[in-house]
Write a protein that binds this ligand. Sequence first.
Ligand SMILES: *Cc1c(COP(=O)(O)O)cnc(C)c1O
Length: 438
Amino acid sequence: MERYPHLKQSDPEIYELIRKQADYESGTLKMIASESYASFSVLEACGSTLTNKYAEGYPGARYYEGNEFVDKIENLAIERGKALFGAEHINVQPYSGSPANHAVYQALLKTGDKLMGMPVPSGGHLTHGWKANFSGTDYVQIPYGPDPGTGKFDMDQIRETARKERPKMIWVGATAYPHKIEYKDFRAVADEIDAYLVADIAHINALIIAGVHPDPVPVCDIVTSTSHKMLRGPRAGFLLSKTEDRFQQKYFPGSKLNLAQRVDRAVFPGLQGGPHLAVIAAMAAAFKEASTPEFKEYGRQIVKNAKALAEAVLAKGYALAGGGTDTHLLILDFRKPVHGRELTGKEAAKALAEAGIIANFNMVPGDHRSPFVTSGVRLGTPSLTAMGMKEPEMQKIAGWIDRVCKNIAAIETEAPKIRQEIAEFCKQFTVPGIRSIL
Ligand SMILES: *Cc1c(COP(=O)(O)O)cnc(C)c1O
């Protein structure tokens, strides 16, 4: 079946580039931890005619007419999202993960307020108070991060910082933390100082749905997420929240709005205009897919694959940040020399990409190299798992990773060979949204 026949006709330049990107993604190993594959159904909803519609406001309270059907669509997304995560409230309108996080600041803080979050080099997101982001210029970040020695959170240290600085909000969530996060422990710290606890589960939502990672929804005031990444929905964000604000008396005395209402106001009209209805329809479709037993199996297999890959590279003599993984990602720590050589994250990531293993260089805890060079490479398993790969495939992939590192001095000759092998290997698997098994 020909994809995008109209685009092919009217704009062959863009059509060709989209096709090439899809070929590239189905003939290489996509190991960027924040990526996976959306289904054909999600892509169809995303590319639908709903993109034409304006519907500022919320279902039943819009500033435009003609919303009979789009209200039903947004309500379905809301019902499915609440059921999926067991949440009291959900807002499905954020344009992406960063705007969802922006709405949290708008709903909970005032300019200049203090929050605790992880700096980007420690594995935090830009929107957790990083200096180059609005969250770092308009608010004051009190930094915390994994212990440089163990690579894990040290709750005593975190409690001490919280007691000393008394931030009004604590972010818990990461882009590069390979271990489980115990939200209950963070809740205990936050409660000691009357701070809001906000979880950012953009990276790990499918693991929570599958029950292989602790669930922040019962204990956090707000939970933010993207609907792309391992959830395999459209590129968008959503916010889960409690209805009542546990600190209403202290921080918002006299306000007539509860927490859920403040979250909604923060998104619209606080930060955004019209919701992207095609994207919301696609999010509803993704929530439906994520409610199936198959999706839970995918979530469980992501972790099994990451553990299998971790064991395989450890057995080959590689070091991992934090010693291993119990999530979807692992970080190779090249401070330990491999094949007699200490690589940088940057050179390793580049060589891997030439060989068809697409990942990213990443800081390791206590890294002495700059964020533009680093000593680590972050590897994720969601995309491989979505293609149907299991533990035996991880063994094979560890072998290719090792061959790249071993032959890094002659990578120009070795990479094309490995890349060819990987392209052949990928043909055995379905690539959701791109192709069935050939
Ligand atoms: C990806 C990510 C986001 C932001 O998502 P965008 O859609 O890229 O804006 C926020 N928080 C975390 C932890 C993320 O990994």
